[in-house]
Design a protein around this ligand. Structure first.
Ligand SMILES: Nc1ncnc2c1ncn2[C@@H]1O[C@H](COP(=O)(O)OP(=O)(O)OP(=O)(O)O)[C@@H](O)[C@H]1O
Ligand SMILES: [Mg+2]
Length: 480
């Protein structure tokens, strides 16, 4: 950087000797510098503060405060501390020179004055002074720039923070809206699913119910009549042991002994089958109870049992696996005020998930064995010691908190950490397209929490199994 050196300057000469003042003033004025004069220390300080000269030439010995004291006070004053001070001292006074320099003076000139030397020294210090001033002003500019930039940066940071906060708020609002939307969607699907399924099932059950009851009622009579015919025939046999040829021929043809033995059995199995059909219809009607809008005291166990009866076909053995065993450990429960239809739907979802998990466990197991026969034997969890799928249902009433607890545990595939973490998301499923919608648990949670003021929780271990726990407070304890 090429800074032009200004040789103009204002010089304050401080001396109590008029001769010295005159000589110096003339010499310096000839050079075009502006000259200020003070004849004692006090005057020098006052002038320096007022006029801010570029250099002060300061005599040591003066009446009043001497040059050293004046120098000290000038250096202590923030207005004058930067003005270079040159002491004027006699050639022999070495001690004064050293003391002056130690007090902050930049140089000294000796008396009697050597003109050329005085001019050279003043010129040099003026140049330094001017350069320093320029540097200071540059520095100030730079500092101002830095301050400006810092201010802009702070403003930017504040704006960024505000923006981030707004984005965060917006994101929060959006995710809440999405949540609400998904909840509403789940509720809609649930209502839709329930009403369509419920209506269908209730309709079919109702239609089948009448003929089945009709058959069941008549079967009693039919078996009684059959028994009467058999008794009557036995009497005939007793009193007419040798019937006409044509009758005997018919008796042989129809194998009457087998007929008499088998007919009551046929009647009995028809009765059992129809009775079972009637039970199934009862369960279906119970399961799809359309009275969803009001709570009513229900027998929770009956709800579970009727749901299991409907799922019977899924529990049976198939080519892939043996029958799924149901273990019931029912406690004593009072009638619980519930929405029966939706509650049964929860049982249905949890049982269906448990069955799926058990089936998946079989698939995983057989794949592992097929692919890695050696590893499989040692590392892969086998369903249970007897190699059976099991669903355990425990119910209990927690007396103190008046909460009904229903636990449904399976020994199926279990859940990994990542599945567990995503379980509260509606539409989350690990099942293939067409098999799972990922709505079962969301719907169940909504039914338990929103309709019954309860909770739905779970524990699960990969390859060990899963236990879901429904807690429903008795009506008096419900807070929504
Ligand atoms: N008992 C369980 N054992 C292991 N994983 C389970 C169990 N219950 C639920 N899951 C996991 O939770 C996921 C979500 O279950 P959810 O019932 O909500 O939906 P889904 O069964 O996949 O589909 P659907 O809508 O037909 O019920 C399942 O895909 C499965 O990965
Ligand atoms: Mg499911």
């Amino acid at each position: 950087m090429n800074i032009p050196v200004l040789e103009t300057g204002v010089i304050l000469i401080v001396d109590d000797n008029p001769n010295n003042l005159e000589v110096l003033s003339e010499t310096l004025m000839d050079r075009g510098w502006e000259i200020l004069i003070a004849v004692n220390g006090e005057g020098a300080i006052a002038q320096a503060e007022y006029a801010c000269p570029d250099i002060i030439l300061l005599d040591v010995m003066m009446p009043g405060i001497d040059g050293f004291t004046a120098c000290q006070r000038l250096k202590l004053n923030p207005v004058t501390c930067d003005i270079p001070i040159i002491f004027m001292t006699a050639l022999s006074e070495t001690v004064d020179k050293v003391k002056g320099l130690s007090l902050g003076a930049v140089d000294y000139i000796t008396k009697p004055f050597e003109h050329e030397e005085v001019l050279a020294r003043i010129k040099t210090h003026l140049q330094i002074r001017n350069l320093t001033k320029q540097l200071q002003s540059h520095n100030q500019q730079l500092q101002q720039e830095i301050a400006d930039r810092l201010a802009v940066e702070t403003k930017l940071q504040k704006l960024t923070q505000e923006l981030e906060q707004r984005v965060e708020e917006r994101t929060f609002q959006l995710s809440q809206a999405l949540d609400n939307f998904q909840q509403a969607q789940v509720r809609l699907v649930q209502q839709e699913k329930m009403s369509t399924l419920g209506e269908l099932v209730a309709g079919i059950a109702h239609e089948i119910n009448n003929p089945v009851n009709f058959i069941l009622g008549n079967l009693n009579h039919a078996s009684e009549y059959t028994q009467n015919f058999i008794d009557l025939f036995k009497l005939y046999q007793q009193y007419y042991p040798n019937p006409e040829g044509e009758i005997q021929q018919k008796i042989d043809e129809i194998d009457i002994d087998f007929l008499m033995q088998d007919s009551p059995q046929i009647m009995s199995s028809m009765y059992k089958g129809t009775k079972r059909l009637a039970q199934m219809i009862h369960s279906l009607r119970h399961f799809s109870r359309r009275d969803d809008s009001v709570v009513q005291p229900i027998d929770i166990h009956e709800g579970i049992d009727s749901t299991l009866l409907i799922l019977q076909y899924r529990l049976k053995a198939n080519s892939e696996r043996s029958e799924i065993q149901i273990i019931k450990d029912y406690g004593t429960l009072p009638p619980v005020e519930c929405f029966p239809g939706p509650l049964n739907q929860v049982f249905m979802n949890l049982f269906a998930n448990a069955i799926d998990a058990i089936e998946e466990s079989f698939v995983t197991r057989s794949n592992s064995i097929a692919n890695f026969p050696k590893i499989a034997a040692s590392n892969i969890h086998l369903l249970s010691v007897e190699n059976k799928g099991q669903i355990t249902i425990r119910t209990a009433l927690h007396q103190q908190s008046s909460v009904v607890i229903i636990k449904i545990a399976d020994n199926g595939i279990g859940m990994t950490e990542s599945v567990k973490q995503r379980l509260s998301e509606p539409m989350f499923t690990t099942k293939p397209v067409g098999k799972g919608t990922g709505l079962g648990l969301s719907i169940s949670r909504q039914i338990i929490e929103e309709k019954h003021g309860g909770t739905l929780s779970f524990v699960s271990e990969p390859r060990q199994g899963t236990e879901f726990c429904i807690e429903i407070p008795l009506l008096s304890q419900r807070h929504f």
